[in-house]
Design a protein around this ligand. Sequence first.
Ligand SMILES: [Zn+2]
Length: 118
Amino acid sequence: MAAQTYSGSCHCGAVAFTVEVDPSTALKCNCSICSKLGAVWAFAPKAKFMLKSGEFEQGDYQFNKMKLHHHFCSECGIESYAEGAAPDGSPTVGINLRCVEGIDIDKLSPRLWDGRSL
Ligand SMILES: [Zn+2]
């Protein structure tokens, strides 16, 4: 699989985006927030992410080392993406693949990421 352009949104549609991402890079994280969220993530450079709507309709939740911005819709509460930095420092967006159209989560084999130990 290669990176393709996908559309994603929160539940109510207030937050919507397009992103070029490769779903075969999917991972599940066991950290305190991801285990509660149930998200399946794939990461893309921020330059490949375009927020189409919702810039002013979302919350920004941070915890622990405050490195990630967890964006959630202030209307429906769904976290469809998060922003942070890759290990090399470049701006990166984590996409919750469950919020992306045209991806069958059950056909992916997400790698397990031990975020809890970080
Ligand atoms: Zn929403």
